[in-house]
Design a protein around this ligand. Sequence first.
Ligand code: PXL
Length: 434
Amino acid sequence: MNLLSIGGSDPSCGAGIQSDIKTFDSLNAYGLTIITAVTSQNTSRFGIIEPVSKKILQNQIDSIFSDFKINGIKIGMVYNSDIIKIIYNEIKNANIPIVLDPVIRSTTGGSLIEKSAVKDFKNFLIPLATVITPNKFEAEFLSKNKIDSRKSLQKIAQKIQNMGTENVVITGLEIKNNQISDFILEGKKQYTVSSKKILKINHGSGCNYAASMLFALANGKPIKEAVKFSKQFTVNSIKNAKNIGSGVAITQVKNEDVIRVELTHAINSFIEIKDAYKKIPECQTNFVFSKKNPKSIEDVLGVSGRIVKTGNRIVVAGELSYGGSKHVATALISMNKKYPEIRSAINLKYDREDISKLTKAGLVISSYNRSEEPKKVKSKEGSSIVWGIKMAIEMSEKQPDVIYHRGDFGKEPMTIVFAKTPSLVIKKFLRLFN
Ligand code: PXL
């Protein structure tokens, strides 16, 4: 996959095109760049900006677009009207995801767009954006309104959407104590995605967010999943931020395991669901996500301990590791053999009413009867589940979303929910509560 970053050069490599190359590379995508301006800056001071000439900008564009298939474009610093118009002309008919990060000012104080260019930025670039990702300050700047209430936030998002883009993601809002929330206006839908606040002034998180969002969108993820992915990616980059210079810390993107990022986020969401603890079985829960075409449980990421119930809370006991789950991972591999797109699963307490709820919600349910299990299968460690899942799949015309069994002598009944991704598993799980 080839992803293009159009933006400014930051010699400290905390932000701008240098940062985007690191993000794309960490996600195993190839990063291409078109430089709009060269800045001088370090972790303490912002120096000066020199926009590139129209000639070299156009030449960079021609070199890149004539050679590479591009799967998505991120636009960061564009600086002036000439640059905006040239970029617009080149990409106005591109039928690929475009993430527009409206960078206005750097953390260290530099102004990243000329005042006179703001109008063209709105008129030309915003309508091309699949998603625009302003932070609070940038959203206020673009809308010329202050965010001081939920109402004003909605109004501002609407105002930016009216500038011609479908999806507005306003990042870095402190709505609740110790939580950082992103507010999303996706078409007519609105929602927030939150995470714990990390107290670290940093350079680079805005670029990490927009670049990883582009990666998710270029991989076909819907907006909400892309937001969750880039949020988790960025939280990690801030957690790992390092003091490399003598000023602010620079965010770090380590070779990210996309599977780990997605599963971590989903488990964090799962444990926050109010009544989820009621669905944890005696033998506790595992939640897994596999690589493509898993051959053995070593290809399946799961919790090496379990997700356990303590009172009316859930805690994750153990680390995420490949091979960390045996039972649920084995069930998943059996499902994946028949339905290769299914790569995530969770096991839950069996409850007859829950099964009828899920059936009513339109999910495909299948089951197997452990007491019908052939003796030969029973005697072989770990083969019951393979036999059972295979039986349940055979019994169902469509791919089952849920498979359960009612237990056997000394064996607890169990329900397993399957989906393509961990967040889709959660979506199915949430059907139990509405
Ligand atoms: O973080 C926004 C940003 C984007 N692009 C360049 C920058 C900065 C912030 O400093 O320098 C080139």
